[in-house]
Design a protein around this ligand. Structure first.
Ligand code: C5P
Length: 398
């Protein structure tokens, strides 16, 4: 595929070098189009060497090739990473004062902006308005990641990790022309992922083997379809999905609090987390010691069912609630009973113990609907399973 990698003048330009490598190693032909000021951060020689292509910044260079028209017309995808406040302001205003903004005006393919800037600039009303304008035109503007910014401050404004941006590019290209209209744009989506840990004493916990990969894939793919995504992550050691706000929790009770606090503004809630059904009835304040005799039994208390609580608390009209279930035996009958019991709209059910689900890259599942529908999703990478789940969700959002 032909990709234009636009680079605006931000310190995160150095991360775009890694993104460029990932794109070229995947076989894409990438033309890097930095803004003139971006060359103060990473020079043209680096971009030319890594892309194997000429690097232009102005429509006045190589005029005989009419690059300001050709690059945009020929591209299958444009991604601007990092996108600064100034670059997005110029793009929103339709200016064409350098080759990158001119290319944005001539591109008829999916366009992704990955903003990176200080929190104050990201939150400024002018930037909010420019982002809204770009989104209303069908561009995918990812929310920046949170964390350490240039200098000592931290907050939302970081460029997501290159591998995560690469995943977004892959998903958008895989969706082809469907990606021209991000179908979850304007939707607020809340996803839980990972596995909860229940304290036994200061050094031990009861936990489970959930890696968080399916929930992270759901967050990543929803963001790449334009949704505003909040991911409540329980103990997953994975990079933040590009475009998602991440809230970290440990126990089932913290997960429940975070989900209920965010649920009121969510159009869709997906409970992909593996929540402990039980917790130790008491948390020992000191490490439990060997006593020489038989160890004391661990008494368990039952955790509340978060999906049920979310269904009971549902106040937003049209809100969709999706649960997951890992089942054995008659998977579909068990899944159907669970769907009814929990009162959710969709239940994604998979069979335990066939080498899939926990920690694997692939998954296979059946999506059961409260409306009686039943969609089988054959074995596929978790990103593809996620996109198929979002297809079902998008169809129900109307
Ligand atoms: O009942 P079971 O644990 O099989 O249901 C799985 C689904 O319910 C998942 O979506 C999981 O996130 C959710 N769950 C929950 N609260 C619990 C246990 C599971 O919301 N205490």
């Amino acid at each position: 595929m032909r990709i234009v990698l636009g680079v605006a003048a931000g310190i995160a330009a150095y991360k775009a070098c890694e993104l460029l490598r990932l794109l070229t190693e995947a076989g894409h032909r990438v033309r890097v189009v930095p803004t003139p000021a971006a060359l103060d951060f990473v020079g043209a020689a680096t971009w030319a060497a890594l892309s194997g292509q000429p690097v232009l910044t102005s429509p006045q260079e190589s005029v005989h090739e009419v690059p300001h028209v050709r690059l945009g017309q020929e591209a299958d995808l444009v991604i601007v990473a990092p996108a600064t406040a100034d670059l997005m302001a110029r793009a929103a205003a339709g200016r064409s004062d350098d080759l990158l903004t001119a290319t944005l005006l001539t591109a008829r393919c999916p366009v992704i902006f990955a903003p990176a800037m200080h929190t104050e600039m990201w939150e400024h009303a002018a930037t909010r308005a420019n982002v809204a304008t770009l989104r209303s035109r069908g561009c995918l503007v990812l929310d920046p990641a949170s964390g350490r910014l240039t200098g000592p401050d931290s907050g939302p404004g970081r460029l997501p990790e290159p591998a995560e941006l690469f995943s977004v590019v892959r998903r958008v290209l895989a969706r082809g022309t469907a990606a021209m209209v991000p179908d979850l744009a304007g939707r607020t989506i809340l996803v839980s992922a990972g596995g909860t840990r229940e304290d036994l004493d200061p050094v031990r916990y009861l936990g489970n083997w959930s890696s968080g990969k399916q929930g992270y894939a759901l967050a990543r793919t929803a963001a790449s379809r334009g949704a505003t995504v909040t991911l409540v992550a329980a103990n997953a050691e994975l990079p933040d999905p590009a475009g998602a706000r991440v809230i970290r929790v440990t126990s089932a009770s913290q997960l429940r609090d975070a989900m209920l606090a965010e649920a009121g503004s969510a159009d869709v809630i997906v409970m992909a987390a593996a929540v402990a059904d039980f917790r130790p009835a008491t948390r020992s304040p000191a490490k439990i010691k060997k006593s020489g005799g038989a160890p004391a039994p661990i008494e368990l208390a039952e955790n509340p069912d978060i999906v049920r609580d979310l269904v009971a608390a549902r106040s937003r009209p049209g809100q969709l609630i999706v649960a997951f279930a890992a089942e054995t035996g008659d998977v579909l009958a068990n899944g159907r009973a669970k769907l009814t019991g929990k009162g959710c709209d969709l239940l994604v059910v998979n069979q335990v113990g066939n080498g899939l689900a926990f920690g694997t890259e692939d998954n296979e599942a059946t999506v059961l609907g409260a409306d009686g529908s039943q969609i089988k999703l054959p074995r596929a990478p978790k990103d593809e399973i996620s996109d198929a789940i979002w297809d079902e969700v998008a169809a129900r959002l109307g």
